[in-house]
Design a binder for this molecule. Structure first.
Ligand code: GDP
Length: 373
């Protein structure tokens, strides 16, 4: 999943490791020459030792934070400080070490369809986490990069997360969930999958087809309803979507059904129509949750649509389908940060069981880890 992005993140790790290795070699040379000077001049012996010299002159302390502050103030660590850090088994990372790798990372994120503001947020966190840090060498540069990337990715991916199952459990029944998003992205399939997901957790559901616009929409959702043996509420093509979902709610109340899953039209001739239709549904049905559905393979388009739909009818979360297909991963990384609303589920195939609760930690581990999942 998201293999391209995973490879690019790995490239960044290698980039930084290579750059800091070169710097460490330079520091080692400096350290060697300091020791050589000491040997040539026995009187200066103690003071020329990289570690003791700094404490003797008081130019720097052994406190790593002091060096961090020095870098944050814009003061470049001197070759001497680097040599000292090297001699005491630490690495100093400077802005110039990161310049090229961060540039490459930015390009890689943008190429992977990560939205610009999201890429910038990731870079800022990585830069802040890594700059001026002095680390004991036990913690290798590779580990430091991994930690910085982990935190940076999680910060943007985990925006707005909440416990969906708990929300359903605690809500007064019936719970009404309305699905928005354009046609063809897997909206109807996701409704069917979520109906199964709910059934697995002991909740009954009824489907309501609020897509009264598209010819064939009723037949499409009926196929799923029949296969899953669920009740479907539908009206004639051209009917009022709000009325269909309202009828679904009435049916659920009368029959003790826990959840109403309401489809909506994906694309109308003008966005004003879409807006007013979704607003009417909001007014008439007052859904407990509105979920936006889009496909991972749509990349930037999915992010733009998420923003547009969120403006038309505020969404509570998103379902990202086709995560099993070869996609850049940009949508998965960007949607929550851009809209402020979390991705709640990933669609991972065409079967009804191919719906996975979105777990930001797990995605970050997948992107940074060695596992192929
Ligand atoms: P809608 O027009 O948005 O309602 O889209 P559909 O639900 O009809 O789905 C369009 C196509 O995408 C169908 O062939 C689905 O089987 C397929 N699809 C939906 N979700 C997924 C998914 O998570 N992975 C894959 N590989 N295909 C999916």
């Amino acid at each position: 999943m998201f293999d391209g992005l995973k490879d690019k993140l790995n490239d960044f790790r290698k980039d930084v490791e290579e750059t800091t290795e070169e710097e460490s070699d330079a520091a080692a040379d400096a350290s060697d020459s300091a020791s050589a000077d000491a040997a040539a001049d026995p009187a200066a012996g103690e003071a020329a030792d990289a570690t003791d010299a700094t404490s003797a002159t008081g130019a720097a302390s052994d406190d790593p934070a002091a060096e961090t502050d020095a870098s944050a103030d814009g003061a470049e660590p001197s070759t001497f400080q680097r040599a000292k850090a090297f001699a005491t088994g630490r690495i100093i990372i400077e802005e110039e070490d990161l310049e090229d790798p961060l540039w490459n990372l930015e390009m890689a994120l943008l190429e992977s369809d990560v939205e610009m503001s999201v890429a910038e947020a990731i870079l800022n966190t990585v830069r802040e986490t890594m700059l001026g840090e002095t680390r004991k060498q036990v913690e290798t540069t590779g580990e430091l990069v991994e930690e910085a990337l982990h935190d940076a990715l999680l910060d943007v991916i985990a925006v707005g997360q909440f416990d969906f199952e708990e929300r359903i459990a605690e809500a007064d029944k019936p719970v009404t969930i309305v699905f928005t998003g354009v046609n063809g992205v897997g909206k109807t399939t996701s409704i069917a999958k979520l109906s199964e997901w709910l059934a697995d957790r002991g909740y009954s559901s009824v489907l309501a087809n609020g897509d009264t616009y598209r010819a064939g929409a009723n037949e499409q959702i009926r196929e799923h309803a029949d296969r899953l043996d669920r009740k479907l509420i539908s009206h004639e093509q051209g009917g009022d979507p709000a009325a269909v979902i309202y009828d679904g709610l009435e049916y659920a109340k009368a029959n003790d059904v826990d959840v109403v899953l309401g489809d909506t039209a994906g694309r109308l001739h003008t966005s004003d129509d879409l807006m007013s239709q979704l607003e009417k549904i909001d007014r008439v049905v007052d859904p407990d949750l509105t979920l936006f559905v889009d496909e991972a393979v749509a990349g930037q388009d999915a992010v733009t649509r998420a923003e547009e739909f969120n403006e038309a009818a505020e969404v509570d979360g998103a379902i990202l389908t086709k995560a099993d297909a070869d996609s850049s991963g940009g949508a998965a990384i960007s949607i929550a940060y851009v809209t402020g609303k979390p991705i709640l589920f990933l669609g991972t195939g065409q079967g009804y069981d191919d719906l996975e609760r979105f777990d930001p930690e797990r995605l970050v581990d997948r992107l940074l880890g060695d596992d192929e999942a």
